[in-house]
Write a protein that binds this ligand. Sequence first.
Ligand SMILES: C[S@@+](CC[C@H](N)C(=O)[O-])C[C@H]1O[C@@H](n2cnc3c(N)ncnc32)[C@H](O)[C@@H]1O
Length: 313
Amino acid sequence: MPASMPDGACASGQGPEGGEPKERSRQASAAAALDEVIALVRAASGVDLGLYRRATIERRVASRLQKLGCADYRQYAERMREDRAEAARLVEHVTIKVSRFFRNAKVYARLEEEILPTLWRQAEGRGLRLWSAGCGRGEEPYSLAILLAEAGAAKGEGRGAPTILATDIDETALAFARRGLYPESAFEEMPTDRRERYFLARPGRHGQQYEVSPCLRERVSFFRHNLLEDLAQFGSGRFDLVLCRNVLIYFEAKAQERIFRYLADSLRPGAYLCLGEAEQPPASQRRCFEVIDHRSRLYRKTSSELGQEGRPA
Ligand SMILES: C[S@@+](CC[C@H](N)C(=O)[O-])C[C@H]1O[C@@H](n2cnc3c(N)ncnc32)[C@H](O)[C@@H]1O
């Protein structure tokens, strides 16, 4: 791992007399320099990388260092002061956007077969409200839009039109999602007939690409939203289904808890929450949720005592 090395602190720090203190002071100096980078990013972009997992930040910064030819965090901080766009580049680099349409297809099958029909029934003519939080480049909300289009077609869609809110911290990812032009690899988990129905083939310089059709586009509204900061933006008890998949894993435990409380608060009682494969509700919040399907990370908000525990801090 790159680190800021005080002059002459390399191999000589490993000597029998005082090697360990030197190594400790080298590590402390590197940690302080990384904190400086984090403070610069916070000042430039408002994004607090201090709440993300430290190991992830170290890895991602290390790869920027390598790309830019910086020897250590301190040099990188200098570089960031000179080039103000570097903070945004680092945020983009930390928040990886890997996704696919119908990622973990069994989760979408469960939504299609059970959760959405239940929600339609409960809604009794009211338009359903769905939220894809941390939507990346849009594969997730457009997959939901396909399910809604098909469920609506089956029912004649005479009811209040469902809405899908799709949010992410990263403007570049949102611009990509709004443009809606995807490479073939994004469709690995999606049956070809669906791709043909909802996307228009567009030959591109790097192979075939597929553009999302207007009928899906009009169902999804994209907004920039920071799950750590913009806590009151969408109100309490608003959503029938929230997907927040493969986002919590970025964060330290305390920040995970804060985001989770916020998500819990945004759901109406009886509404559903879907997390990523490696995620689950923090222990303090589990009694607010009934497990619908542990493997698919699907939960239902119970109506009891949500007010206090479910409210954002
Ligand atoms: C791996 S992608 C997940 C995409 C999609 N949900 C999925 O599971 O395929 C994680 C997304 O979380 C977003 N993200 C990271 N920190 C965030 C924050 N503080 N607020 C909102 N979104 C954030 C990233 O920009 C990225 O698009």
